[in-house]
Ligand binder design. Structure first.
Ligand SMILES: O=C(O)COP(=O)(O)O
Ligand SMILES: [Mg+2]
Length: 230
């Protein structure tokens, strides 16, 4: 996988890559639904809708019951309720996927610079990274509302490359979904995917990437092996 040979930095996705946040989403979404007079939905339903930011998630959740006009009429109230419920429990039900901390530590030890780019709002992201002890690894963190456009647009990845003063070919993106892969391809970054996250109900094998890694620790080893071989 020679595309990894010159890699000097990594951009890591959050939901579905570092943290299993579906249980947090589940509590917050059902809290919002209850306020709107709607019944609870399952974690499995929510996992199909996560990855394209809060607005998309709320619209998808409401579309289970309501038509477009009704969604628009209630959207501001729904977002307000969702944000309030999410911030009240942010991180309490979510867990680290296996070997995330070890993988990030290994990447740092190999001299890689690290950024986190997520479609999660930055007001959720910053306290969550801190609570889970992940903030220490990242020089740069962008949420879904930090920049004018979010993934799958390449802007957040290109911005990190500029921040690090590195060409995209030297910055690998690692994520769990086709959003991450599309953003990376459009930015010109190599991309690795993990198979355990949320890929809109699609197999990660159908997503265009430079390789599937079982954990972030495996990603760290793979990047290192290409350094030492190059
Ligand atoms: O909140 C989301 O849409 C998920 O975001 P992420 O997978 O980009 O971290
Ligand atoms: Mg993700």
């Amino acid at each position: 996988m020679s595309v990894l040979a010159g890699v000097r930095a990594a951009i890591i996705d959050l939901d579905g890559t570092m943290l299993d946040t579906i249980p947090d989403f589940h509590v917050a979404i059902n809290g919002m639904r209850e306020e709107l007079g709607l019944g609870p939905i399952t974690q499995e339903q929510i996992a199909l809708m996560v990855g394209k930011g809060s607005e998309n998630l709320i619209r998808s959740v409401l579309a289970l019951n309501w038509d477009a006009d009704r969604i628009e009429a209630a959207f501001a109230q729904a977002m307000d309720a969702y944000q309030r419920h999410y911030l009240a429990i942010n991180g309490n039900y979510s867990t680290l996927f296996p070997q995330v901390t070890e993988g990030l530590a290994a990447m740092k030890a190999h001299g890689l610079r690290l950024a986190c780019v997520t479609n999660k709002p930055i007001s959720f992201t910053t306290p969550l990274l801190k609570l889970k002890g992940l903030d220490q690894f990242f020089e740069v963190v962008y949420g879904g509302d930090s920049l004018p456009r979010k993934k799958p647009d390449p802007l957040p990845l290109r911005t990190v490359c500029a921040d690090f003063d590195l060409p995209p070919s030297q910055v690998v993106a690692i994520g769990d979904s086709s959003n991450d892969a599309q953003a990376a391809r459009a930015a010109g970054c190599p991309v690795l995917t993990v198979p355990y996250g949320y890929n809109h109900g699609e197999s990660i094998h159908d997503t265009d990437s430079d390789g599937i890694v079982a954990t972030l620790l495996e990603a760290a080893s793979l990047i290192r092996s290409h350094h030492t071989n190059s």
